[in-house]
Design a protein around this ligand. Structure first.
Ligand code: FRU
Length: 880
């Protein structure tokens, strides 16, 4: 079972991890600046990641700062990113950091700008030299080969600025009449273009035809400088980038602010594709140049429209991506729920199967155990039958003798009755085995069930009477049935004897016979202790005993009932009734079709009567409970629900002790509190209150805690014995017990009490006598303490002391007498006299003063008592 659960868990882990097992790539992007060209590129990159579900893009911008870009690259390397995409701010400044990343095995893509090193994996960008060249040619064409031109370059040391410059001047070399009259340097920013232009105008004045700035932002700045001097109308400005959007390159060209621009493509999608090709080890080119195009007033409008269209498409793509993301999230949740659901279902199925299997196995084990028990008992029963018969017969013959004493006759009757009980039990076990082997057959006869049931019930009257249980029968006049009379008798005897056994004093039992065609119905209901709800289903199981109920029994009777009923093709059920007792309903078919009807049915009532009714008191028994009480004799309370055992113990003890009897723990406890016996002998398994509980209560009551308890039981296991001692029992004797052992245990315990009594008899002395843990010592201490507190009180009497100690007058008297051997009054007097003797020795008070101090109401009575106890007068030997 546990293995299956482990396999399932493993499977779950595999499934869950399989769902998310693709490696996630971290793509790091280091931008040199922050502007709309780079924002566009970043957005395109992000959109590019939509195509892959295992990519995370991290973007950092250095804000045109070489140091910061170096730091950012180093951080990415430390983080262990999977690929690094860099637009280096300047050619050489960030090169070491890039080389370091490359050397550490991180693929490096340079885009837009280059380094001075060849330690990179791939480059992607536009051909800046070609762009510069194209712009040179454009200017020359527009000027018709003659004119004055100014160049404003991008950030010094950045590769696009270097390459664009080279391209531009090499194109103009072909036009000797075109002069580059001034060159300024910017930082790619609009303001830097304006500043550079201002400086040029300051130095060469406004005689300029064209200004080529390396990007549109600087071209616009330069134009603003010219505008400020009223020169904007005559000078033309061109730039690079041609970005779409408000106030960007294409719009400036369309509106005539710039004369031309050149598309410097961002194409983040291509950069992303290249990165993925490298990561996923797909083929890729090391140098990747993007296509570009010149934008002039002629194509600007179209370009803008295209760009707008592109924007819209991109927006839609973004929205779609968001939606797809949402669906994917939902889908992945649903997938997890589905997997969990499947796992739970599988687990439930496995649990159910395991549970079912365990029930089947348990049932089989129970059946095997019951079978093994039955086989064992059957073997034992076979062995028992002969010796039992050999006991029964001689006993019967002995009983026929005339010269037996009453006690001998009573004992022999007891033996005969119990041999009969054992023979019946042995017979039942053999019957059970027969039934199991399908060898039991019906011997069907036709008879009046009502008549027989009435008769059987009548047979139980003496037993019911002895238990103070009222038996009633309600059978109608005639119920003719075809059945096995002997087995029906056994069914009824078992049910009625159970109803009596598990009833309470003053309880009722009703046996009813009726007809519900085609069945005869026998109902036995009682007002007894009932059957716990959860046990009802098992009462007919072989060897079943309701645990904790102390019901006794072998667990065979009801199994026989069921088997016999089923042999008749009838049914039997057990239930509870409104009074809390049990109801057994037997339904037997009125007819047994095809059965051979026997004329003269056999009955076994004789044997059944003497065994089933074994609990009835013996008429021949001596009335030992009423044996005359002798005040000097020790008293014993015997508590047992089995009247035979009880009678037997009484017969053993009654010659030496006063014996009182009770049938259950509650009755026993009440008897002990009332009579304060010298010793208690008590069975453990009893209805109403068991012996352990009774013992526990006796030992926890101050009045009775000193009384020795002998537990008498059939339970032989050590832990049960330990439980008995835990309850405070003084001795534990297992059944079958030897009468000698029981008698000597009783004697010993009473002698031990005597010894203690001798110890405690000096109660009035100052020293402690024994351990304070001992309840008797504690009691004696309390008694002494109480006594001393009242010593000078002449009114002090036994009632006052008893009330203070929480006992009745009689209980105090008996307890003190049993523990110390003296009555409380004697102890009070002796304690007073001893205190007086102490005062006479140690003080100079007069005799009469001392007599009042120790609680005597008259000095003359004190003097008399003193003389009686000490043998001399109080003043004798005193120096007063
Ligand atoms: C954007 C930008 C562009 C220019 C490019 C050169 O940051 O300045 O305007 O064309 O960089 O790398």
């Amino acid at each position: 079972m546990r293995n299956i659960v482990y396999v399932l868990l493993l499977l779950t882990i595999i499934i869950v991890t399989a769902c998310s097992d693709r490696k996630e790539y971290v793509i790091a992007m280091s931008q040199c600046s922050e502007d709309i060209w780079r924002d566009k590129l970043n957005d395109e990159m992000r959109a590019g990641t939509y195509l892959y579900d295992n990519v995370r893009l991290e973007v950092a911008s250095a804000n045109d700062d070489n140091v910061r870009q170096t730091e950012q690259i180093n951080n990415f390397v430390n983080e262990g990113v999977d690929i690094l995409i860099v637009a280096p701010n300047q050619m050489n400044t960030v090169t070491p950091a890039i080389e370091n990343a490359y050397n550490k095995g991180i693929p490096v893509i340079l885009f837009d700008r280059k380094t001075g090193s060849d330690k990179y994996t791939a480059f992607i960008g536009a051909d800046n030299t070609k762009m510069g060249y194209t712009m040179g040619e454009y200017v020359a064409r527009r000027l018709g080969g003659r004119g004055r031109v100014v160049e404003i370059t991008g950030l010094k040391g950045s590769s696009p600025a270097i390459e664009r410059h080279h391209g531009f001047i090499s194109a103009l070399k072909n036009f000797p009449d075109i002069k580059i009259v001034a060159t300024g340097s910017g930082t790619w920013l609009q303001q830097s273009g304006r500043k550079a232009m201002d400086a040029i105008l300051d130095s060469i004045g406004g005689d300029i035809d064209y200004v080529f700035a390396h990007n549109d932002r600087m071209a616009l700045g330069a134009r603003q400088a010219a505008e400020a001097r009223g020169l904007a109308g005559r000078i033309k400005f061109i730039g690079i980038d041609a970005l779409p959007g408000k106030n960007s390159g294409i719009e400036l060209v369309r509106d005539g602010v710039l004369d031309a621009s050149y598309i410097y493509p961002t194409r983040g999608d291509m950069v992303m594709q290249l990165a993925m090709n490298i990561l996923e080890k797909h083929p890729y080119k090391r140098e990747n140049l993007m296509k570009t195009a010149l934008v002039t007033k002629d194509n600007a409008e179209v370009m803008l429209m295209q760009a707008e269209e592109m924007n819209k498409l991109n927006d839609r793509l973004d929205r779609m991506h968001d939606r797809v993301n949402m669906y994917l999230t939902q889908y992945s949740h649903q997938k997890v729920y589905l997997i969990m659901f499947v796992i739970i279902v599988v687990l439930l199925v496995v649990l159910f199967v395991a549970f079912y299997r365990s029930i089947v196995v348990k049932r089989r084990m129970r059946e095997d155990a019951a079978n093994a028990k039955l086989v064992f008992f059957t073997n034992v029963s076979h062995e028992f039958r002969t010796p039992l018969t050999l006991i029964a017969d001689p006993v019967r013959r002995l009983l026929e003798a005339d010269n037996l004493t009453t006690q001998q006759r009573s004992m022999l009757c007891l033996v005969r009755k119990n041999v009969d009980v054992m023979l019946r039990l042995v017979g039942e076990i053999l019957d059970l085995r027969k039934i199991q082997n399908r060898k039991m057959q019906l011997s069907v006869s036709r008879f009046n069930l009502s008549e027989y049931v009435s008769q059987w019930v009548a047979n139980f009257e003496p037993l019911a009477d002895s238990k103070d249980v009222e038996l009633s029968v309600d059978c109608g006049s005639e119920t003719v049935i075809e059945a096995d009379l002997y087995k029906v008798e056994r069914i009824c005897y078992n049910l009625i004897s159970n109803a009596i056994k598990y009833n309470r004093k003053g309880g009722r039992i009703n046996v009813k016979v009726s007809v519900e065609e085609p069945m005869a119905v026998i109902v036995v209901s009682d007002t007894g202790i009932g059957i716990p709800r959860d046990k009802i289903a098992h009462v007919f199981d072989r060897f079943f005993q309701a645990s904790g109920e102390n019901r006794g029994g072998t667990g065979i009777g009801l199994a026989i009932v069921k088997a016999f009923v089923e042999l008749h093709h009838g049914e039997v059920t057990a239930d509870g009734n409104a009074d809390g007792g049990a109801v057994f309903t037997v339904k037997l078919p009125l007819k047994q079709p095809g059965a051979n009807i026997v004329e003269k049915p056999e009955l076994n009532s004789g044997e059944l009567n003497s065994s089933v009714l074994a609990d009835a008191p013996q008429s021949a028994g001596i009335d030992m409970m009423t044996a005359p009480a002798d005040s000097d004799r020790k008293s014993v309370v015997v508590v047992d629900d089995n009247s035979d055992v009880k009678d037997y113990i009484v017969s053993l003890l009654s010659s030496q002790y006063d014996v009182k009897c009770a049938s259950d723990g509650r009755e026993g406890l009440a008897m002990c509190l009332k009579y304060m016996p010298d010793i208690v002998i008590c069975d453990v398994m009893m209805p109403v209150m068991d012996g352990l509980e009774m013992c526990r209560r006796l030992k926890s009551e101050t009045a009775t805690s000193h009384i020795p308890v002998i537990l008498l039981t059939a339970q032989t296991f050590d832990d049960q014995r330990a439980e008995g001692y835990d309850c405070g029992a003084d001795a534990y004797i297992t059944k079958p017990f030897s009468s000698n052992v029981l008698l000597s245990r009783v004697r010993n315990l009473l002698n031990e009490r005597m010894k203690l009594k001798n110890i405690y008899s000096g109660i009035d002395t100052e020293e402690e006598k024994s351990s304070a843990d001992d309840p008797d010592t504690r009691f004696v201490d309390d008694f002494r303490h109480c006594l001393k507190g009242h010593l000078s009180d002449s009114e002090l009497n036994v009632e006052t002391l008893a009330a203070e100690l929480g006992l009745s007058r009689v209980q105090l008297y008996r307890k003190v007498k049993q523990i110390t051997g003296s009555s409380p009054v004697e102890i009070i007097r002796i304690t007073r006299l001893k205190a007086a003797e102490h005062l006479l020795r140690t003080t100079s008070k007069t005799v009469s003063e001392i007599s009042y101090d120790v609680g005597f109401s008259s000095p003359s009575y004190f003097t008399k008592c003193f003389k009686d106890y000490f043998g001399h007068l109080p003043n004798e030997g005193r120096n007063v």
